[in-house]
Design a binder for this molecule. Structure first.
Ligand code: IMP
Length: 420
């Protein structure tokens, strides 16, 4: 099983790469996160945003699996299914959901909002999709799972959990769980029963034994990992490659290649430290040129230069074997492109991510000549090739794919072939 994941703070363009390489795989499996993710794919002039469903759903002959590590909001999931069916995608025959995946309740969303409001200035900048509270119930052993939908007492279990949430909400000074969305949720749950569910650990074991190629598709990014990200400004799941093992029930010795997706610059949405952030006209230029607005929340993304110590960290904790560099075209036309090679911490210079990057750390940059125009037609400009080679040398991993536009076709595989 190969793994594909984000090497920065999410929004690296994973959806596009999965879509491009999907023909190599018979199964594409999401292993963590939930509707906080927004994987954008553009082809044949149409834009598609996926939140819960794996990005292989557009390819005939590919099975898409929502793993046990994912949290599913039935309402959002059904909206996604309907949007896909409206453009002729046969979702139901290409999709399976793990029975062990946990359900997001409307009251989880209410708790997310209450917790963020309570944090005041220290808020995480959550997408408010109920992700944190749902994983809290999972580890607290209170959660409801997709497999529970077939239990005769599902409604009572639901009511018990909502009562617990109401008690928590009252601690935050909120009166009730949101009754207005309950009916819609219960209706969506009823419809969810019509989808194929599976024990994904067994399904994948059989698929791998039969010699099928499986791709595990991550959501968010390494620096949002609950353990190794910029805690507490992180999401509530393991976004790193180890998360593919726990989020799908696949043993570590079955992992093959690990592809890390990164942008030619950095972005971050929500709060938290971001050493190379540009709060100036250059940052604004990148935001506009790169359309850096959240695909789930529409929030403007914070933009900054490429951070090599952070990328090296991602290579290390994930065991990244190859890298895909996205959105190099966004930097077209810049005279100088800066790259952070080290951090200055007090009087010392370090080339690795310190425990705390909240304050007292300053990026050390090298300036590189920019490129005028890079497209997927013809040769890459020499300056961009130098940029790519500088990164490869710094992190000791090859960049095998370069993306130069949102469309499937605007992709260069570094062996020189174009994507069809
Ligand atoms: P949550 O996972 O919605 O609770 O959000 C926690 C943090 O992760 C916030 O800073 C979010 O902006 C960020 N986050 C969550 N999902 C994504 C994503 O798919 N892309 C980028 N940032 C994300």
């Amino acid at each position: 099983m190969d793994v594909l994941l984000g090497a920065q703070w999410g929004d690296e363009g994973k959806g596009k790469v999965v879509d491009v390489i999907a023909p190599r795989y018979e199964v594409i499996a999401r292993f963590q996160g939930g509707p906080n993710a927004g994987h954008t794919l553009i082809f044949e002039g149409r834009k598609h945003v996926l939140h819960t469903i794996p990005s292989g759903v557009f390819r005939e002959g590919t099975m898409n699996l929502v793993g046990n590590g994912v949290v599913v909001d039935p309402v959002i999931f059904l909206k996604e299914v309907r949007a896909l069916e409206a453009v002729g995608v046969d979702v139901r025959s290409r999709l399976m959901i793990s029975r062990r995946a946990h359900l997001i309740l409307p009251s989880h969303r209410a708790l997310d909002a209450a917790s963020e409001a309570d944090k005041g200035k220290a808020k995480i900048g959550s997408t408010l999709k109920g992700i944190g509270p749902t994983y809290m119930d999972k580890t607290g052993r209170n959660g409801l799972r997709v497999g529970d939908l077939s239990l005769p007492d599902f409604k009572e279990r639901y009511a018990t959990l909502v009562r617990k949430h109401e008690r928590l909400l009252s601690l935050y000074g909120r009166s009730d769980a949101p009754k207005e969305t309950e009916e819609e949720w219960l209706d969506a749950v009823q419809q969810l029963r019509g989808f194929n569910t599976v024990d994904c650990e067994h399904y994948l074991d059989e698929a791998l034994r039969a010699g099928k190629n499986v791709l595990a598709e991550g959501a968010q990014g390494t620096l949002l990992d609950i353990d190794f990200g910029t805690y507490p400004f992180v999401t509530s799941s393991n976004t790193i490659s180890a998360g593919a093992c726990t989020g799908l029930g696949v043993a570590p010795n079955r992992i093959g290649s690990v592809t890390g997706i990164f942008k030619a610059y950095c972005t971050r949405v929500g709060s938290g430290p971001f050493p190379t952030e540009l709060e100036d006209a250059t940052g604004e230029h990148i935001r506009k040129a790169g359309h850096e607005f959240g695909s789930t929340t529409g929030r403007p993304r914070r933009c900054g230069w490429l951070d090599l110590p952070a990328l090296r960290y991602a290579v290390m904790v994930n065991g990244i074997t190859e890298l895909a560099m996205m959105k190099a075209d966004v930097l077209n036309g810049m005279d100088i492109v800066r790259v952070c090679t080290h951090y200055r911490v007090g009087n010392t210079t370090v080339d690795r991510m310190p425990y705390d990057i909240t304050s007292g750390i300053e990026p050390v940059y090298v300036d590189m000549p920019g490129w005028s125009s890079a497209t997927s037609e013809g040769e890459l400009p020499a300056e961009l090739v130098r940029y790519i080679e500088t990164i490869e040398a710094a992190v000791d991993v090859p960049i095998t794919l370069v993306s130069l536009g949102p469309d499937r076709k605007e992709t260069i595989l570094r062996e020189g072939t174009h994507v069809q």
